[in-house]
Design a protein around this ligand. Sequence first.
Ligand code: AMP
Length: 602
Amino acid sequence: MSTFLDLGLQEPINRALTDLGYEKPTVIQEKAIPQIISSTEDLKAFAQTGTGKTAAFSLPILELIDQTNVNTQAIILSPTRELAVQIGKNIEDFSKYLPNLKVATVYGGANIEEQIRKLKKGVQIVVGTPGRTVDLIKRRALKLGNVQWLVLDEADEMLNMGFKEELDQVLEATPDSKQTLLFSATFPREVEAIAKNYMTNPVEITSGQKNQGSDNVSHEYYLVTERTRYPALKRVADLNPDIYGIVFCRTRRETQEVANNLIKDGYNADALHGDLSQAQRDSVMEKFRQKNIQILVATDVAARGLDVNNLTHVINHKLPDQIENYNHRSGRTGRAGNKGISIALVTKKEQGKLRPIERIIKKEFIHTPVPSGKEICQNQLFHLIDKVHNTEVNTDQIEGFLPGIYEKLEDLTREELIQKFVSLEFNTFLSYYENAADLNNLSSKDNSRGRSSSENMTRFFINLGRKDRLNPAKLIGLINDQNIGDKIEIGAIDILDTFSFFEIDKNFEKETLDAFATNDPDFNGRSVNIEITKTDRGNGGGRKPRRSGGGNFSGRGRRSGDRNDKPTDSKKSFGRRRSENSTSRRSDNKPAAGFGRKRRRD
Ligand code: AMP
């Protein structure tokens, strides 16, 4: 196994790498560094994100660059601002013992005058997004006539994002003598075309098999319906109290909706997408890096360049339109030697998309059942017990209180004490999942207005039935006539002889009750009454889990969205104690000690 010195790097660079904790080169670094140092041939590298590719192209450039010359000698193009900033920062870290080395990062959305001033002072390496780089070339602030190295990082993504024209313009501004280094996780036709048009007999290297996903990632899929997609996502989070992951969505709207739902349901989540301002995006990313956010819901583009190594999960809320993007997504986990899980939530209809992905990642998806309520409770319980085991006791701090506490608890046996402690922590969760539906049962007419019930719906009783000439269409008409809300979702409807049941989006529970009470409608001369059902209909249909939340639970907080939650006093005070705790922690801007705990957002 070679060292960085063996690869031909000088001592100051090696020292900086040691400071960063890089002990030995990664596969792509072992291949790329000596190749670039020893040869001026162009290079085409198949490299996933997370393989150490930034160092693979930056380190040999730092080794060879002329620090005494302030001309721009290397230009590195990256698809997003976030990735550009990350590369710029990495290069600063790698060159910390190279005193005359200057790097500038240029990207849109930031003050161009400042960037021009920095360029004018002279920088040997420029990292830029394609649009801003072209802009600076046109303004003659960026001169690429002396460039020796041109790096196209994540070339596939730059082309995906429509930067073909800008790439052409930058390439045209550089001398023919330069060495072009193209890094891409996938090589679709468009990338091959760039390689063909702008590179001369490039040497090819790969960090593994072409397009193959990381060995450290296992790929699972959960079969869901449109209605169970979100509840299944929540179960993944609930099953893994220490989850630290990204939920990928296809559109900004889907991203925001999923994030809003998770936040409302008490998860430690936030959204990252292009509709947010740059400042908002920076803030979300920083909180995620600091682990103040546990679940990041993101679009493919926005998650680019997020340099986080220890993600436990990547969840595909919906599979990407372009199958290559699956690789990018799953490559966010299983990095730097860690293991990771990539989960795809797919409907029966979407199942056909898995095969082409399997061909690319050269691995099979494992069909995994959506976790049951029991499994989740068990996992959470053992997680808590482990936490109790691992808690350090600071005797000095609690000594004064102990005699009083022992006295208060002396009538309880060890077993009783354990039972009470577990119940205190778990009653909320147990009751939430007590009657949880089996989300693997797809036979119910889950996509339609059928019999299914879901965790997002509230089931109502209505005092009208077939004998009143009620049918589903008339019931929907009656509900709509109450003007409860534009976007109200009506779920399963069961029409019986003298009464019926219907489901409404749980967020409209109160509005529904209020509207019927205020409007006091009649139906064929009969006064209408509705009530929330507290028990399941006994006809074998799906069950709505009863929720009695209020107490926090590892990984989730109080469910503010659950308006029918009526916590008991003990749960209430328990929940409050925790949220005060997390709020005060937040004020000094430190991550909560209990990582899974929900923390209030700004
Ligand atoms: P990249 O593929 O360049 O995005 O790198 C992925 C992550 O691996 C980054 O956080 C790097 O800091 C880290 N990394 C890169 N090379 C090494 C190495 N040789 N040893 C340890 N960590 C590394």
